[in-house]
Write a protein that binds this ligand. Structure first.
Ligand SMILES: Cc1cc2nc3c(=O)[nH]c(=O)nc-3n(C[C@H](O)[C@H](O)[C@H](O)COP(=O)(O)OP(=O)(O)OC[C@H]3O[C@@H](n4cnc5c(N)ncnc54)[C@H](O)[C@@H]3O)c2cc1C
Length: 310
């Protein structure tokens, strides 16, 4: 089958891997310019040179046997490394969080900068709409994007799938990024759940990072909701103060600061691991069909790929 997958995050790529293994022909479409999804890395030019911040998932776990064996393979290829500071099962991409996603994407035909506005069906054929142009035909279509973005694509075709997507609510998260002139020796590398902070991470302390004292500070869901419409500069100020308070230390002026607002960072609400309509050959996968974590997003995509192949 020719299969179109909307979304080249870890779920869409896991689905593509399983389908490719069983001889199907896959094309992925992603609205972003490059690989990562919510495991993205922000690259910026600062007065001290080029810096990279893991401003989405700060780390991920690998507990299940199947995901663990893939992560071990990535480890052997230098794409990930354990980061015990964040927990016994914690891993990070190397030299940046999106490294394993980029490697997975390189193995497939991925169309970047391709925001899909609709999926339509013409007889048995699926067509993927990007701006005013339709691409296809495909014999099956998979939607591997956050629930809120999946709902409109699904609603034209399968009301139950659309309803499942509509019942999920993803939480926002502000992710602030800072570069400092010198190491802040009074802070630990990893802080979890203090005040409005969900995670504060010394990004530069992760394995294989470039020099430069970089930090990523992420606010919890309640704080993020409350400050949803604040401007990024103000968010940077507030989260910098929160970091200082969390560590009981006075924070220096950063050399560079920016903040990214994730509107759909992690979903709450649990549906079955995957959705597949065999009559229409339409499916959905992603963390919203399991739990809002990398490992579960991968499991959902992998399970859908297997279900389609069956
Ligand atoms: C701030 C933050 C912190 C997190 N912390 C952790 C953590 O510590 N540990 C952990 O395990 N997980 C964490 N997560 C969650 C984890 O990143 C996600 O669960 C996982 O990456 C989801 O993968 P996915 O493939 O389902 O979705 P995504 O990674 O979101 O991939 C979906 C892809 O679809 C694309 N897309 C969306 N709409 C369209 C469209 N209309 N057309 C084309 N393409 C489209 C997007 O560009 C994206 O590349 C965090 C997430 C965020 C944002």
């Amino acid at each position: 089958m020719r299969v179109a997958i909307v979304g080249a995050g870890i779920a869409g790529l896991a689905c593509a891997d399983r389908l490719h293994e069983t001889g199907h022909n896959i094309t992925l479409f992603d609205k972003a310019r490059g690989a990562g999804g919510r495991m993205s890395t922000r690259r910026v030019t600062t007065p001290s040179g080029h810096m990279a911040y893991d401003h989405g998932a700060t780390h991920f776990t690998a507990r299940s046997l199947e995901f663990r064996s893939l992560v071990d393979l990535w480890h052997a290829q230098g794409l990930v490394a354990p980061w015990p500071v964040a927990g016994v099962h914690a891993w990070v991409g190397t030299p940046s969080m999106n490294a394993p996603i980029r490697a997975q994407a390189n193995a497939h035909d991925v169309w970047w900068s391709s925001p899909v506005t609709a999926l339509t069906r013409d007889g048995q054929d699926w067509w993927v709409h990007i701006e005013a142009v339709r691409h296809g035909p495909f014999e099956a279509a998979v939607v591997a994007i956050p629930a809120e973005q999946a709902a409109p694509l699904l609603s034209l075709h399968d009301f139950d799938m659309a309803r499942a997507a509509m019942s999920v609510r993803s939480h926002p998260c502000w992710s602030a990024m800072y570069l400092f002139a010198k190491p802040i020796v009074t802070l630990p590398d990893f802080i979890r759940g203090v005040g409005p902070i969900s995670y504060a991470v010394r990004n530069s302390a992760k394995p294989a990072r470039a020099p430069g004292e970089t930090w990523v500070v992420q606010s919890d869901w309640a704080w993020s909701e409350q400050h949803l419409t604040r401007d990024p500069a103000r968010v940077c100020d507030l989260l910098l103060s929160a970091l200082g308070e969390a560590g009981g230390t006075a924070m220096p002026e950063p050399l560079h600061a920016d903040a990214h607002r994730w509107l759909f960072s992690q979903p709450s609400g649990r549906e079955p691991e995957l959705l597949w309509n065999d009559a229409l050959r339409l499916g959905a996968c992603g963390d919203w069909l399991s739990h809002g974590f990398v490992e579960y997003a991968w499991q959902s995509g992998s399970a859908l790929g297997r279900a389609i192949a069956r």
